[in-house]
Design a protein around this ligand. Structure first.
Ligand SMILES: Cc1cc2nc3c(=O)[nH]c(=O)nc-3n(C[C@H](O)[C@H](O)[C@H](O)COP(=O)(O)O)c2cc1C
Length: 173
């Protein structure tokens, strides 16, 4: 039987992979659910001018506006069939890997894990060198630190967590 439960999608404050994520969300007709922006996610999405596009995705939109991440209670209630954090900042990845739960993305990650809800994460800082684009369209090279790469490796060993390598992998999940 088809699983009609909702997907919970979190957009963190990352510019890298953001336009690709927006493109996927607006084109994906077979998934629906709740989409949350972290505080930084909301700001960065506005800078990259993708907020309106993401608003047309069919997802119900929410913003991080509290300290306890009250939306996290829905994971134990069976509301969601999956959590997707994409794109995921190095900040969010580090917190998730360390078991910190003091922000929307890290709380959702923790609660989804404790409720055995499958988690998919698309980290931005996953290669030794990244070519990205600023909000004004300037191409920049970013060299993730060893600590950023190490935290991603740690997440790969978490049960129930799938670390994606690129936005193309959205279509597989
Ligand atoms: C324009 C812009 C683009 C950014 N892109 C990235 C990014 O691609 N990856 C990253 O790890 N951080 C990026 N940041 C930094 C994060 O927004 C910052 O670390 C923030 O505190 C993350 O919070 P969050 O993980 O709760 O969303 C960017 C910041 C700005 C202003």
């Amino acid at each position: 039987m088809e699983d009609r439960r909702r997907v919970c999608w979190v957009i963190t404050g990352a510019g890298h992979f953001l336009r690709e994520t927006a493109g996927f969300l607006t084109g994906a007709k077979n998934i629906s659910g709740d989409l949350y922006y972290t505080r930084a996610g909301r700001e960065v999405a506005a800078m990259y001018r993708v907020t309106e596009r993401i608003g047309e995705s069919g997802f119900k939109i929410f913003y991080e506006d509290d300290f306890s991440s009250r939306g996290a209670i829905y994971f134990s209630g069976g509301r969601y069939r999956a959590l997707v954090i994409a794109p995921a900042t190095a900040n969010t990845i580090a917190k998730c890997a360390l078991g910190i739960a003091d922000s929307l993305s890290s709380n959702f990650f923790a609660q989804a894990g404790k409720s055995s809800v499958p988690i998919f994460v698309l980290p931005t800082d996953a290669e030794r060198e990244i070519s990205s684009v600023t909000p004004s369209g300037v191409r920049i090279e970013v060299i993730p630190r060893r600590i950023d790469l190490a935290r991603i490796e740690e997440l790969r060993s978490f049960s129930g967590v799938t670390v994606l390598r690129s936005p193309e992998e959205f279509y597989k999940i």
